[in-house]
Design a protein around this ligand. Sequence first.
Ligand code: PLP
Length: 228
Amino acid sequence: MNNLKENLNNVRARVGSACKKAGRNPSGIVILAVSKRHPVERIRALHDLGQVCFGENYVQEALAKMDQLRENSIEWHFIGPLQSNKTADVARHFQWVQSADRIKILNRLSKQRPASLPDLNICLQVNIDREPQKAGAMPEEVMDLATAAHALPGLRLRGLMTIPMAASVQHDPSGSYRQMQSLYRELIQSGLELDTLSMGMSGDLEAAIMNGSTMVRVGTDLFGQRPE
Ligand SMILES: *Cc1c(COP(=O)(O)O)cnc(C)c1O
């Protein structure tokens, strides 16, 4: 698990065979490398192997890493819980936010996105399994939020993101992924031009790709176990 090149090839191969099974083109799936708690040296090494998109969960940690990796052309995605007092930093430094889940956060990101930068790419996070402790909008809130996000200056709504309930004997995430795919299709049918359905992680990217994922977020299977 310490060989980044081997890990990257394995993840790419898994995406490839899942696409084959689903009758999809692998060029339609973005691999996002989730680098939370992994050191900048590992990020730089993975970037040198051709990985472009990286996801971070904690604002302070991410800003420190960006500063050290300035000369690398990395596309940074914010995927962690987002509090109002952190939106300004996120709006200034990231290219994507995948964890927007309420109107207050969307309004702040819109106001705080510098006019000199391209629009901030947005995915709305959906709490598809209605877990009380989890971030994300409820499925029935998504249409209104998407309409609002679409209208805000400085933002470009790209799609939806979810972290389903952990897989267990009682719960197969495929059902959650299927519901996400219908929600995503409903938004597109309503006239929104979306291209991103961010779902699937190390353990279940195949199930997500079978159900329409266009972006898998992989930490452990690329970098190995996260340091404590
Ligand atoms: C940590 C994290 C991941 C990656 O999880 P792995 O199981 O390590 O692949 C994906 N998405 C989000 C939102 C995360 O916080």
